[in-house]
Every structure is written in C-alpha cells, then in structure tokens.
Ligand binder design. Structure first.
Ligand SMILES: Cc1cc2nc3c(=O)[nH]c(=O)nc-3n(C[C@H](O)[C@H](O)[C@H](O)COP(=O)(O)OP(=O)(O)OC[C@H]3O[C@@H](n4cnc5c(N)ncnc54)[C@H](O)[C@@H]3O)c2cc1C
Length: 508
C-alpha cells in the first residue's frame, strides 16, 4: 500500500492542502465526535477538512473510562434505546476495530442489603443481554462467594452474596480517536491538529473560516460549503467564535486514579455502587495497574481540568469500602487525571449523574453543531449527521446506513480478539506478567509488527521505557501518529503519564 493511503502525509503537505482547496465540509474538533464525522462524510464521498486545536483526542476523548459499553447503569433510568444502540455500536467496534477494542469481563458484586440485590441485578443483566441480541457477547453468569473472592481477593467478604458477570468492551480512548482520524485521512480527509478555528463567517452558499496554525503562528482562511462544530465540552465557546449564541453545555468533571495492580488485583473489571453515595463506579484493569473511577461534579469548562484532593479521597474511600483488604492509601495513588463530560444543559436542574448522555444536533444555515453522546456511540452519531449533510448539500451517498458500518479502521485486525491476558489473574490470585507483544498489539493492532520492526531499526529502539513500552515507539509516534510534544506520547500514544509518571520528557 502506498504511504499516502496507509500513513498520514507529512503535516506540511496537509496544511498546504487546507490553504489551497475548497472543501465540502469543515469539521472543527478532533475528539472522537469530530473524527467520526470526518470519517463518515469522507466515506460518503464528500471532501472534508478536520481541524483540532490541540492533540487528537487531547480533551475529553483521552480522559474517559475507556469502556466501549452499552451502559448497564442506563437501564435504571429507563434509557433502553440508548443502551440498545450502544450495544450495537460495541459489536460493530469489536469487529471493525478488532484489537484496538477488546472484550472485557465485568463483575458486579452483591452484598446483603445492597441497593441492587441479586434478583434486580440478574433481571438487569438479562435485559442488557436481550437488548444486545443478535450480537450479544455472551450470557450473563453468577459467581459464588468463593469464586467472587478469587476474582477480587480484597473484596469485602462480610455479607457477600456472590457476583453477577457479563461481557462488555474496552479500548484505549485516545488511540481509538487516532485510528478514526487516520481512517478519515485514508478515505481522503485532510486532518490537521494544532490548528485552531479563530473565527467563522457563514452565508447562504457556505462558510469562511479563519484558522490559526499553533505550530508556526500563521493565519489562513478556508472555504467550505458547510461546517460541523464538534467542540465537546467547549461547544458554547466554539459556537461563539462562529457568531452563534446559546448555552449548550452543563459539563461535569470526572476523575480517575490508578493504583498498582498488585495492590488491587481483579480478574476483569468490576462495576459497583459506591458505599458513600450509591453512584455506579468501576475498577478497570490495565496491563500493570487498576484504574478506579469516576467522579461526577459540576465543572467550569474555562477552568483548568484537574482532579481535586476531595475526588481522590472519594475514589479511595469507595474502593476501600468495596475491597477493604486492599487498604489503599493516598501514597498508593500512582496518578490522577480528570476530563469534562460533554453533557447537554438540562431543561430543569438535575444531579450531575442524572444528566442525559444523549446527543444534540442543530442546523443554523450552513453550520451544524453536534454535541453530547459517548465515546461508544460516536459512529452512530456521525452516521445520522453524515446522512443529513449529504442530503442537504445534495452530494455523495446520503443513505441512512453509513459505509462506516462495515469499514475496518486503520490498525484493525482481521478477526475479533479475546479478552486480554493482563485482565486476568493467575491461579495464585496475582496479576498476569506483562507481555510486550500483547501491549503493542493493544496499542497498534495490525501495525504492531511494523512498530516492532521500526523500533528494531533504531539505536536503543527496543529498550524498555517501561515494562510495556519500547523506547522506539516515541519516534514512531512522531513520524506516523502526529505526536508533536512529549505529552502527546506520554499521555495519549501510550499511557506512561498515568502508569509511570517518573518517565518524563527527559527520558525521551
Ligand atoms: C470521566 C469520563 C469518563 C467517560 N467514560 C466513558 C466511557 O467509558 N465510555 C464512553 O463511551 N464514553 C465515556 N465518556 C464520554 C466520552 O469520553 C465523551 O462523550 C467523548 O469523548 C466526547 O468526545 P467529543 O469529541 O465530543 O469531545 P472532545 O474529546 O472534548 O473533543 C472536542 C475537541 O474540540 C476541540 N476544539 C474546541 N474548540 C476548538 C477550536 N476553536 N478549534 C479547533 N478545535 C477546537 C478541543 O480541543 C477538543 O479536542 C467519559 C467521559 C468522561 C469525562
């Protein structure tokens, strides 16, 4: 395959194209939503430019729980259509992004007197599975008390009744954005990061956008027949740059922490209700760490997005209540990070956790604003908007079913994968040792062998930066994945910033 088809062109060539061409659609925002729209429209045959002011997935789309899930908890609020659609999207991603998205086992421990008892849980899990048919991942199961304790050795044994089990999906969120963006580029889109929309004027025949290149400080203008604003939690601010008013968002902050997997080993992920306030929370296995999340507190999108000590304390206390034998302390926290949920402003005051994860799309002349939704449902959101834009512009394939339904993303393996070894525990209850090839495969999918060969060709390229990261991956990220700063590599091409904070820019 030629370089232009399978790899991103050099940035300079892409920037030149932005300046020279007129496009059908300009998409602003390179999180999962914008990348998804760019891919959908490109596959429908429209010419697309995608600009992102930071790194690909640099805002919310790299701060999620990394779950590709139907959303078991939305059953309680009766959002069955949302759950059904998310289960379908999960199935499509397990196939079209095989290796970059993988199945994960979830345990839901049940203690005596819990808000969600065995009966309610079993009914919920069967409904969840039923809503996934015909593409269910498997049947739900039930673990006895000894089995539940073997799966989560630190689990509170007192009052334990057992645990429900089911399968969902997991991914590396920022890398999924990268794969969607690279797939859009392969389909013909011109994708440029570190390029900010400064202002936008729109008329009846199209839009003219003022762009600021944040690498060299230059300004340019771009003409397109239509524009999609996909600013996630920054939608209100982004719309203001286009002269549009209205408070769209009521974002909330969600924080995660990581602890060593040895301090809190789990065989699969755990979903539980916090003993503090009854909110649904997760323990999620990474190769060497267990992630605990998340919080849900009102946040100001213009303020720096950082976890508070109160949130970290809440996450530790909730995990300790579930698994007291872990006895986690502040010193066990390897890293903490936060992201803003792009939640739509509710009509009436609502608790943060109760706010809908639904999407909102609005057309004002040639401008479309798309916000809300979840990582899992990005393709379906893009499909609806893509069909509408193709129809409005009378251009390309406007059918309701998008080509993305069967489109394998860049890096997808041929066949779906099974649950990764790192998510399992050995017979002695300890986490499986890290396997560098498995780690490379989960980051690069079908490109893992090429990355390995690239590292082999570099001096010290196969040296380990951490047990699951090779030194040469840094150069690969720079040359083939648009990484511009050490942070791009440490936070989003790998997870080193969260798992090994001591590996800083100096090491690169
Ligand atoms: C704590 C947390 C946990 C979550 N867990 C899950 C989960 O497990 N599963 C799931 O499915 N979903 C999850 N979500 C939701 C999911 O992460 C989001 O719905 C999704 O990432 C939003 O993507 P987005 O592209 O709309 O927004 P973003 O990723 O924020 O992207 C918007 C982009 O627009 C860019 N932008 C803004 N203004 C401009 C401008 N002027 N010029 C150029 N670019 C601009 C920003 O830089 C940003 O990158 C979670 C969210 C949070 C916060």
């Amino acid at each position: 395959m030629s370089r232009s088809a399978e790899f991103l062109e050099p940035r300079a060539a892409r920037v030149a194209r932005l300046r020279e061409r007129e496009f059908d659609v300009l998409v602003v925002g390179g999180g999962i939503t914008g990348a998804g729209v760019a891919l959908d429209l490109s596959l429908r045959g429209l010419s697309v430019a995608l600009v992102e002011r930071g790194d690909w997935g640099g805002a919310t789309s790299s701060a999620s729980s990394r779950l590709i899930h139907g959303g078991l908890r939305y059953l309680e609020t009766g959002e069955l259509a949302l759950v059904r659609e998310s289960c379908l999207e999960r199935a499509l991603l397990l196939r079209n992004a095989a290796g970059l998205v993988w199945p994960e086992r979830f345990l839901f421990p049940v203690h005596q007197g819990a808000r969600v008892g065995r009966l309610k849980l079993s009914a919920g899990l069967w409904l969840y599975t039923g809503l996934s048919i015909p593409r269910a991942l498997g049947r739900p199961g039930w673990l006895s008390v000894p089995q539940a304790l073997a799966a989560v050795p630190a689990l509170r044994a007192q009052g334990l009744r057992g645990a429900g089990t089911y399968l969902d999906g997991a991914t590396h969120d920022a890398r999924l954005v990268l794969a969607v963006m690279a797939s859009a580029a392969r389909a013909g889109a011109t994708c440029v990061s570190r390029c900010e929309l400064a202002n936008l004027a729109s008329g009846t025949s199209g839009v003219e956008a003022g762009l600021l290149d944040l690498i060299d400080g230059s300004s340019s203008s771009l003409r397109a027949r239509a524009c999609v604003l996909a600013g996630g939690p920054f939608t209100t601010e982004l719309r203001a740059r286009a002269g549009l008013s209205g408070e769209w968002m009521a974002s909330t902050r969600g924080t995660h922490i990581t602890v060593s997997r040895r301090r809190l080993p789990t065989d699969g992920a755990v979903i539980f209700t916090s003993g503090i306030d009854g909110r649904v929370m997760f323990l999620i296995p990474w190769p060497r760490h267990t992630v605990i999340g998340t919080t849900d507190v009102d946040a100001d999108p213009s303020a720096p997005v950082a976890p508070s000590e109160a949130e970290i304390g809440y996450l530790l206390a909730s995990a300790n209540e579930l698994a007291p034998a872990a006895n986690l302390r502040r010193a066990d926290v390897v890293s903490a990070w936060a992201g803003l949920r792009p939640l739509l402003r509710p009509q009436q005051a609502q608790a943060p956790s109760a706010r809908s994860r639904e999407e909102r799309v609005e057309r004002e002349g040639r401008l479309y604003t798309l916000a809300g939704g979840k990582l899992t449902g990005y393709r379906a959101m893009a499909e609806r908007l893509g069909a509408r834009i193709a129809r409005d512009l009378a251009r390309g394939d406007a059918s309701a079913r998008s080509p993305t339904r069967a489109h394998r993303l860049v890096g997808a393996l041929q066949n779906p994968v099974s649950r990764p070894a790192w998510s399992r525990l050995g017979p002695d209850g300890t986490p499986a040792p890290v396997d560098i090839d498995a780690a490379l495969s989960s980051r690069y999918g079908s490109r893992a062998a090429a990355v390995r060969a690239h590292c082999r060709g570099l001096e010290r390229g196969e040296e380990l930066l951490a047990p699951d990261v090779l030194r040469g991956e840094h150069q690969w990220a720079r040359d083939h994945e648009d990484a511009c700063t050490p942070e791009d590599f440490l936070r989003r091409r790998t997870s080193l910033a969260f798992t090994d904070p001591s590996v800083g820019p100096d090491a690169l």
